[in-house]
Design a protein around this ligand. Structure first.
Ligand code: AMP
Ligand code: ZN
Length: 213
């Protein structure tokens, strides 16, 4: 199954993408994680993307389309994949169509701006493996370091409140129109983000089960 997750930054699409990845045995592809990794490694792409990402702006379409083209060509995508954070603009969605990529389900996780701002302030990440935690909703075992590798958890530069507000604006203006784009194809499923992550997970699997048939 080829699945897209839509949703505002911090809506929990990354967490759900990971859940579905484990359950269905298909890779979850996060363009944000690929970009952060490239920035950390100081690659040419990372250097080009850095100023956009750290200020909360979108990286230019041609850069992320290139990332996705390369990633989807890898063997592990043959049985299906999950896109977490791509597409984020209508031209990116059109590029997927042009590549001949079939999409079976588009899950949009719906969370109010007010809740997003509250949630983002608690998000913590591991700079070593990219794992994402939340001080309230998904704490690591000791609350301070990564469960997988013991790295001290940090706040992402683009999770600072003023940057979050600008990312939300970008989401409403540029990414949310994708709901109408995929509504037309009959593939869109809205999932209302719940207070408890486990409840959102249940609703996500229910939505995907409907699209399988
Ligand atoms: P994320 O981890 O999905 O929140 O992505 C973090 C940042 O990476 C975003 O704020 C953008 O700067 C960049 N990014 C990730 N995916 C895309 C995309 N599909 N188009 C443009 N920029 C992206
Ligand atoms: Zn880690």
């Amino acid at each position: 199954m080829n699945i897209i997750f839509l949703g505002a930054p911090g809506a929990g699409k990354g967490t759900q993408a990971e859940n579905v990845s484990r359950e269905y045995g298909i890779p979850a592809i996060s363009t944000g994680a690929i970009i952060r990794e490239a920035i950390k490694n100081g690659t040419e792409m990372g250097l080009a993307a850095r100023k956009f990402t750290e200020s909360g702006a979108l990286v230019p379409d041609d850069v992320v389309i290139g990332i996705i083209k390369e990633r989807l060509a890898m063997d592990d995508c043959a049985k299906g994949f999950i896109l977490d954070g791509f597409p984020r603009t209508v031209p990116q969605a059109e590029a997927l169509d042009k590549m001949g990529v079939r999409i079976d389900a588009v899950v949009s996780i719906e969370v109010s701006d007010e809740d997003i701002v509250r949630r983002m302030s608690g998000r913590r990440v591991c700079d070593t493996c990219g794992a994402s935690y939340h001080i309230e909703y998904k704490p690591s075992k000791d609350g301070k370091t990564c469960d997988a590798d013991g790295t001290e958890l940090t706040i992402r530069k683009d999770d600072k409140p003023e940057v979050v507000r600008s990312r939300l604006e970008t989401y409403h203006e540029t990414t949310e129109p994708l709901k109408a784009y995929y509504e037309k194809t009959g593939k869109l499923k809205l999932v209302i983000g719940q207070e408890e992550v486990a409840d959102t997970t249940r609703l996500t699997f229910a939505a995907l089960a409907e699209m399988k048939n």
